[in-house]
Ligand binder design. Structure first.
Ligand SMILES: Nc1ncnc2c1ncn2[C@@H]1O[C@H](COP(=O)(O)OP(=O)(O)O)[C@@H](O)[C@H]1O
Ligand SMILES: O=c1ccn([C@@H]2O[C@H](COP(=O)(O)O)[C@@H](O)[C@H]2O)c(=O)[nH]1
Length: 202
């Protein structure tokens, strides 16, 4: 199994890049794991308390479960990938049965911060977009898709997103084998990654 890690700050375009990469690749051979599925289970907290969580700090992620799941997939076993709700700030009761594939792509802001998880990746890719570009995209996306308003996004950006990005996410760029500039849609880079995957699928 080839495991590709794709990291980068919020709004840099990780999900979009992953979708472009897997578009037209066979579903049975290439799978995706999202870091979002591994936010800590917080059902013991009220909604109000959950809104105060710092979701951009590594401790917000259940890396033990992520590591266990990636190891199981590597060993040829299927996993029940949790499903996360950004609206509720919590895992749902659903899971997605995820089978091992020839290629697994793992994407998320913090996946390169954890040494054991990092070691599982055969290829590490960091998607870069400037911070103003990321903020604009996040603002539009979170209002349209994640039930936020402008004040929530801007407050969170100033109080947690920006400092956490500088402290934890940006420094992991140094671990990357490939950095994809993504201020504009980058079809050349997407095609390069797709070529690497296709070689593995031959
Ligand atoms: N290169 C790009 N140029 C303009 N908008 C983009 C680009 N890549 C992604 N977007 C948009 O920005 C938003 C955030 O992208 P997304 O892929 O969800 O980022 P991430 O997963 O890194 O948080 C989405 O609405 C997406 O459509
Ligand atoms: O309940 C939650 C959990 C996370 N977030 C924010 O999501 C982003 C990470 O997702 P991207 O798709 O990479 O943007 C992270 O910056 C968290 O702040 C949230 O808003 N609510």
């Amino acid at each position: 199994m080839l495991i590709i890690g794709i990291a980068g700050g919020t709004g840099c375009g990780k999900t979009t890049v992953v979708n472009q990469i897997i578009n037209e690749l066979p579903d049975a051979e290439v799978g995706v794991i999202s870091q979002d599925s591994y936010y800590q289970e917080t059902s013991h907290l009220s909604y109000e308390e959950r809104t105060k969580i710092n979701f951009d700090h590594p401790r917000a992620i259940d890396f033990d479960l992520m590591k266990e799941h990636l190891s199981q997939l590597k060993a040829g076993k299927s996993i029940d990938q949790p499903v996360y709700s950004f609206v509720k700030h919590n895992r749902t009761n659903d899971t997605i049965l995820t089978h091992p594939r020839k290629v697994m792509i793992v994407e998320g802001i913090l996946i390169f911060t954890h040494p054991d998880i990092r070691a599982l990746f055969d290829i590490k890719i960091f998607v870069h977009a400037d911070s103003d570009e990321r903020l604009i995209r996040r603002l539009k996306r979170d209002i349209a898709e994640r039930g936020r308003d402008i004040d929530e996004v801007l407050n969170r950006y100033q109080n947690t997103l920006k400092p956490m990005h500088q402290q934890f996410i940006e420094p992991t760029k140094e671990y990357a084998d490939i950095i994809i500039p993504n201020n504009k849609y980058n079809t050349v880079a997407v095609n390069i990654v797709r070529t690497i995957i296709n070689e593995r699928l031959l």
